[in-house]
Write a protein that binds this ligand. Structure first.
Ligand SMILES: Nc1nc2c(ncn2[C@@H]2O[C@H](COP(=O)(O)OP(=O)(O)OP(=O)(O)O)[C@@H](O)[C@H]2O)c(=O)[nH]1
Length: 494
């Protein structure tokens, strides 16, 4: 009802209504019967649905003009176009009360609102109001039959034609010319049916029935974009049943009632088609929604899984880092006292089992305090790092183990190493340390720090299986090295 409405629309509605009424009147003229006027009801409903109350005036003008041109009616009968337009508007209001969707053929409740709300209201109110005027003006005695036929004709006619007009004007982005044809075809077929019905009445020729009954649903079927085989079979079955029913009831000339029953059957066929189509559409929509929700859920699960995997990896990294921090001396990055002792324990057990030799050395930087005192703590730290690096370069990576026991006191564990080998290793270390020239920026002056290191060496023996004893032995040897001049290696018990 919110469509644009100006002079072109006003003229369009007037002309269309006039044209449809004139054509259907001419087609049904031979019968002089009310039952062929229903296409005007369908067009009127469609126009009122599209433009609302603004369409009432052109409808009234068109119907009145038609009556003036072709019908020789009494003045009061000119009220019938007014009641027709009003009935159409009333029907639209009732449909809109239950359905605000523009396309009512996409769901069952909307079809019910259209057929049992809008169409029925138009047919009943139009027949009662218009019929009463006609009965009064022309003093018609059999008025119940007139009103009944009027209702039946308009109602079934509305079901046959009005939805096709609604389908026809549904907006569709990128619609192809083939699809436009599919929308026009059923309307043409409906016009054919009107004509066939008129001709049939005239000629009493049963063949036209077959054409109208089979062609209508089949062509209607093509108007749906989402047609299914089920829908097709349904149309054909109902249609064939209707055809058989009509053919078996025809006996000689057709009467208006038979004509109406033909229309009635076609209506049923079409109505069933709409319902099946709408249910099918709803099912498809439901499946689409389900699929979309499933995809959404899957995406969410995948995203969360990725996040969890990232979190697990981050936790692993943190755990490894914490483990490293718990076992590594942060300044020199060699093992701390606790970790070193654990390594000594496990290597001693291995050596015990394999009866391989194992040596342990204690080391202490000579006069280290003087370095600190002279150049400051930062210089001392630098020396500690340099000494450790020098030792690392002389020992076997991944085999020999260097640890800081505290302060400037270090220990070196040499698995699978005989005493002489250990001694020569320590000698290399001692020399490397003594040769170190550690540059240091002392009060904006580049100084070179040199240090030496004393070593005490002990070997695991058949009588010495204890870690503490090994450490004490090495420590005693270190003490001897310090006492006897420093920068040397003393071997325990030698
Ligand atoms: N810069 C620095 N100094 C440390 C650290 N840990 C201990 N020290 C210092 O190391 C020095 C140890 O000195 P001492 O054990 O007295 O002996 P020394 O001067 O090395 O002389 P000897 O061992 O007898 O040759 C002390 O001045 C401590 O403050 C450290 O992490 N960094």
């Amino acid at each position: 009802m919110n469509k644009r409405y100006g002079l072109p629309q006003f003229l369009g509605v007037s002309l269309l209504t006039f044209f449809v009424i004139a054509v259907t009147y001419k087609l049904g003229f031979a019968t002089q019967n009310i039952v062929t006027i229903w296409p005007s009801a369908a067009v009127t409903y469609w126009v009122a649905r599209k433009y609302g109350k603004r369409a009432l005036l052109p409808i009234i003008i068109a119907e009145s003009f038609h009556a003036y041109l072709f019908l020789n009616i009494l003045p009061l009968a000119y009220l019938v176009p007014v009641t027709n337009a009003f009935a159409a508007y009333l029907g639209v209001l009732v449909e809109r009360r239950f359905n605000s969707q523009n396309n009512p053929l996409t769901s069952l409740p909307h079809i019910i609102a259209l057929v049992f709300g809008g169409f029925l209201t138009l047919a009943v109110s139009g027949a009662i109001l218009g019929g009463s005027i006609m009965v009064y003006v022309y003093k018609i005695e059999d008025w119940p039959e007139l009103i009944w036929l009027w209702i039946l004709s308009d109602y079934t006619g509305l079901i046959m034609l009005a939805p096709l007009l609604i389908i026809f004007e549904q907006p569709n982005k990128g619609i192809t010319s083939g699809e436009i044809l599919l929308r026009i075809l059923p309307i043409l077929t409906a016009i054919l049916v009107i004509w066939v019905m008129g001709e049939t009445q005239l000629l009493a020729h049963q063949g036209y029935y077959i054409v109208s009954m089979i062609l209508t649903p089949l062509v209607l079927l093509l108007a749906f974009k989402q047609q299914t085989h089920y829908l097709c079979i349904n149309y054909t079955l109902v249609c064939s049943g209707a055809l058989l029913a009509i053919l078996s009831s025809i006996d000689g000339d057709l009467t208006a009632n038979l004509w109406l029953s033909n229309q009635h059957y076609i209506t049923q066929v079409i109505l069933i088609g709409y319902v099946v189509h709408a249910v099918n559409l709803q099912r498809m929509q439901l499946l689409k929604n389900l699929r979309e929700e499933r995809d959404l859920l899957e995406n969410r699960v995948n995203l969360r899984t990725e996040q969890l995997a990232e979190e697990v990896a981050a936790n692993k990294r943190i755990a490894l880092e914490m483990e490293r921090l718990a076992t590594i001396d942060s300044l020199t990055e060699v093992l701390n006292r606790r970790a070193f002792q654990q390594q000594v324990d496990s290597e001693m057990i291995k050596a015990q089992r394999s009866l391989n030799p194992l040596c342990l050395a204690m080391m202490d930087i000579d006069y280290f305090k003087q370095v600190n005192d002279r150049y400051g703590h930062a210089a001392g730290d630098l020396v500690l790092i340099a000494v450790c690096n020098a030792i690392k370069q002389q020992i076997r990576a991944d085999i020999d183990i260097l640890g800081r026991l505290g302060g400037e006191e270090f220990a070196l564990l040499l698995p699978d190493t005989r005493l002489e080998e250990a001694q020569s290793c320590l000698e290399r270390c001692r020399r490397a340390i003594a040769e170190l020239a550690i540059p240091f920026d002392y009060k904006n002056e580049n100084v070179t720090i040199r240090v030496t290191c004393s070593f005490g060496l002990a070997a695991q023996s058949a009588t010495n299986w204890s870690r503490d004893q090994l450490l004490i032995d090495a420590d005693n040897a270190l003490y001897q090295a310090k006492k006897t001049g420093r920068n040397k290696i003393i071997i325990s018990n030698l």
